[in-house]
Each structure stands twice: as C-alpha cells, then as structure tokens.
Design a protein around this ligand. Structure first.
Ligand code: SF4
Length: 469
C-alpha cells in the first residue's frame, strides 16, 4: 500500500440548476482525493461565462469559501490530479479551459493517450500553440479545432483519433458531457441527484457522497449529456472488440465502497484474500493488513484460513501529500512517519502480512523491518496480485521497465530484498477468479499482453524532454 502505483486522476461533473454546483463538485472531488493529491480544479458555467479556479495542493487546500463563491452557475466539472503525462507543475493542472468558435470549453481527463506524441506533433505542425506538457491539453486543443457544429459531434469526431485511456468530463456554456474511451480503461459513472439534475464521477463512491441514485456506468465509447431529467446517451464510437478495464481498480485504486464493472470492490478484495489463503497457506498466529487498501483481503484470508485477523499497523490517515519537506532526521524515519506498529499484536508472533502490490520495492523492506523491530518472530508476506513486471502506458505511474522490481528480480530475490520468511504473489488465474470474470480486463502490467499497440519509451515526462517542462 505504501509502494503501490499511483492513479492519474479523479474527475466529477454536475448539472444541478438552482444548486451550488461548485460546492457539489468540491465534495465530489473530496471523495476522490485518493486518486490524485497534487492539484485540484473546478470550472463552472452560468450559461454566459465559464469561471475556473485551480492550483496545486489537496482539494481542501486549493478551495475555500472565498474562492468557491465566485464559481456560480448550473454546470460544473472538477479534477484532482496525480501527474502521469506531464510532471506536477501548476501549468499541467486541470480542468483546461480555452475559448473556441463555439464558445469556451473546459476539459478534465483521467487516463493517458498512447498516441499523444503523434497527435501533439500534428497540432504543432498546424501552428497550434501548447502551454503545457500534458496529453490532456492536446485532447482539449483537438476538441477546439474539431469538425462539427455541436459539441457532441466535435467530441465524436476526435474520439476516432484518440488511442488509449480517456474518461473525460467536458464543460461548455450549456452543458456537461461525460465521455469514455471504447476500451473502458478507466471508470466513469453517472447518477441522478436528489434535487434533480445529474452528476458524473470517476467512482460510484463519490456519487453516493452527493446522494445520487439510479447510478449507471458510462459505457465504453459513449457520450452522455447531463440534463435535468433523462440523460442523453449516445454511442459515439463502437465498443472495442476487446474491452480492457483496468484490473488495478479492484486491487488498489478504487475506494472499497465503489463498484467497478458492476462489482463491489470491497467484495472482490475479500475474494483476493480468499484466493491467497487457498494458494499459499501457512501456519501462523495472526493475519495483519497493510492499511488501508489491504484490509478487506486480510479479512478474506483470515476467514478462509481460520487464522485470526488483527491490526499490526496504524496509519496516520491525515498525512496525505504534504508540501512540507521533512527534516533530515525525520526523513530517516522513512515509513515510520506514516505507520506505527502495535507491538503487543506482533511481539513473538508468526505473522501473515497482506499487501496489495509491490512496484518499486523500496518501501516494503522498511515496513517489514518495523515489524521485526517490534519483535515479530516470522513474517510471511502475501500480495493480492501477480508480480508487476511490465510498465503501464494507460494512465498509471509505472511507465518504465527499469523502475519495476519484478522486472529486475525473481520472486526469491525480492523475498530476500524485502526481508520476509516467505513471499507469495497471487497468480493471474487466482486474481481473475477473485474478480469473477475472465474477459474484459487489462492485465498488461502483469503479463505484458497490451490490449492496444503501445510505444515503449513513452514516459510521463516524454514531452518535457522535447520542450515544455
Ligand atoms: S497495465 Fe495494469 S495498471 Fe495499466 S491499465 Fe492495464 S491493468 Fe491497469
């Protein structure tokens, strides 16, 4: 959980006449804070003008009553960012807002286009200036110049040129559109607000926060127009013949109270723990999770194995992302800044530790050392997914082979490196059995089977090396 991949972003959209849509978007983003902690922004339309506020920081650091007050209107979109394409400068924060022939348009994007470099070159050749290194700006500028005299036609037109992961919310003077790529990489759902109108968000958990009912997914390839009564749903491009939902939403990214692919994330995580207990049983005194994302899996492992569950770590829930650099002596504390051990629960005991993933492998060792220092007798580490041996080009921050420990080392070498007595990764088959579906998911970071053609070397800061940083 401390060495898990970072999701790119969380997005929301709201259409609610006579409501304070900016505050609703704020609470939607607040519920999606775990998806991106580097910057946040909200754009609002009152039918005549689009107002925007965005900055670097957590949602609650970026917004206050003073800067929310001028964001008046019927329509809003919002974004909370973790950088994948483009580093985390303020210039790359979203929504992107530009003026066009059809009036202002603002875009918030979750995902990553794998053909962004080519699209970017095309734009630059045509004399379109770009002010950031983000693929989301490329996508916004393409929308501005697209054919079609309505926004849904323009969106449809450019969708046929975009390859990769994009869940989008698009704000114009008169509406909010929700758009999802034909492969369905990233989640996006809509629901009806209690006061009338609709909201859209990356996760169903955020829609529940806003009190939404009748929640449905935006289906792959769809454009959904938010409105007061019925939603207008339009299959803009055909669904891909091979759907590719990111399986990591189940393992780590999504809130456990969210649904992904119609499945309860919490239930799938419990199933992952059950599968682990079947694949890699071991005699032990207690099952402990690395909080928070591994808690349901640890419950599943405990139930299946009959070995009691208990807390071993307490995580500081408020540490989040901080812009205050720790002092040298605090930095040496490393993971201890974030986790404390409950010594009574681990001293002299044989532990099964459940974690969701190991990406770079530089924090699992210090975390397990905290348990050793507290007197743990044996540590058996169980991971709820297979080794991550391949990069992700679809919007998750693990873009190169060399950063992935499972690409460089065998499982036995990793076991030695992190310092546990035994190590087992859930098999690909076991993971998909826990999900309950064999088809329709991307599993490329585990088996290298990319659902779309990808260009190796396409890293998150690739554009920055060639120009804007
Ligand atoms: S490569 Fe892995 S992280 Fe990336 S979209 Fe596929 S399953 Fe998700």
């Amino acid at each position: 959980m401390i060495d898990s991949p970072h999701e790119e972003c969380g997005i929301v959209g709201v259409f609610a006449p006579n409501e304070d849509v900016a505050t609703m978007a704020f609470f939607g983003l607040f519920a999606l804070q775990h998806r991106g902690q580097e910057a946040a922004g909200i754009a609002v339309s009152d039918g005549e003008t689009v107002h925007l506020h965005k900055d670097i920081g957590l949602v609650a650091q970026v917004f206050n009553p003073h800067n929310l007050a001028p964001l008046k209107g019927n329509y809003a979109i919002g974004h909370t960012r973790y950088s994948t394409t483009g580093s985390s400068s303020a210039r790359n924060s979203q929504p992107f807002l530009i003026d066009t022939y059809l009036g202002p348009v603002a875009v918030a994007h979750n995902g990553n286009l794998v053909n962004a470099a080519d699209l970017r070159k095309d734009l630059l050749k045509r004399g379109v200036g770009l002010s950031s290194s983000s693929d989301s700006e490329v996508l916004t500028m393409m929308l501005a110049g697209a054919e079609g005299d309505t926004w849904d036609r323009r969106i449809q037109h450019v969708m046929s040129r975009w390859v990769g992961a994009y869940s989008l919310v698009v704000l114009t003077l008169q509406g909010v559109f929700a758009v999802r790529d034909p492969w369905g990489f990233r989640p996006l759902s809509v629901g009806m607000l209690p006061s009338g109108g609709h909201a859209v968000a990356s996760e169903t958990g955020a829609l529940h926060t806003l009190g939404c009912q009748a929640i449905r997914e935006v289906q792959p390839g769809e454009i959904v127009t938010l409105s007061n009564n019925a939603l207008r749903v339009y299959q803009a491009v055909p669904r891909a013949s091979r759907l590719a939902r990111c399986v990591f939403e189940h393992i780590y990214f999504s809130r456990p109270d969210s649904f992904w692919d119609g499945l309860s994330v919490h239930q799938v995580r419990q199933n992952l723990g059950t599968q682990l207990a079947r694949e890699a049983p071991v005699d032990a005194d207690v099952v402990i999770p690395v909080p928070d994302s591994s808690i349901p899996a640890a419950i599943g492992y405990s139930r299946t194995s009959g070995i009691p569950y208990n807390d071993g770590f307490i995580k500081n829930r408020y540490i989040g992302r901080t812009f205050i650099e720790p002092t040298d002596s605090l930095r040496k504390q490393g993971v201890a800044l974030k986790f404390n051990v409950i010594e009574d629960n681990v001293r002299g005991k044989c532990l099964i530790v459940i974690d969701d993933s190991i990406v770079r492998g530089n924090t699992s060792g210090p975390l397990l050392k905290l348990l050793r220092d507290a007197g743990a007798r044996e540590i058996h580490l169980r991971i709820t997914c297979p080794p991550i041996a391949h990069p992700c080009f679809m919007g998750v921050d693990m873009g190169t082979y060399k950063e992935l420990i499972a690409h460089r080392m065998s499982v036995e070498q990793i076991r030695e490196h992190v310092g546990c007595d035994t190590l087992h990764y859930l098999t690909l088959e076991g993971m998909m059995m826990a999900v309950g579906r064999q088809e329709g998911y991307c599993t490329a970071c585990f088996n290298g089977d990319y659902p779309i053609a990808v260009e190796f070397g396409n890293t998150k800061t690739g554009f920055e090396k060639n120009g804007i940083a």
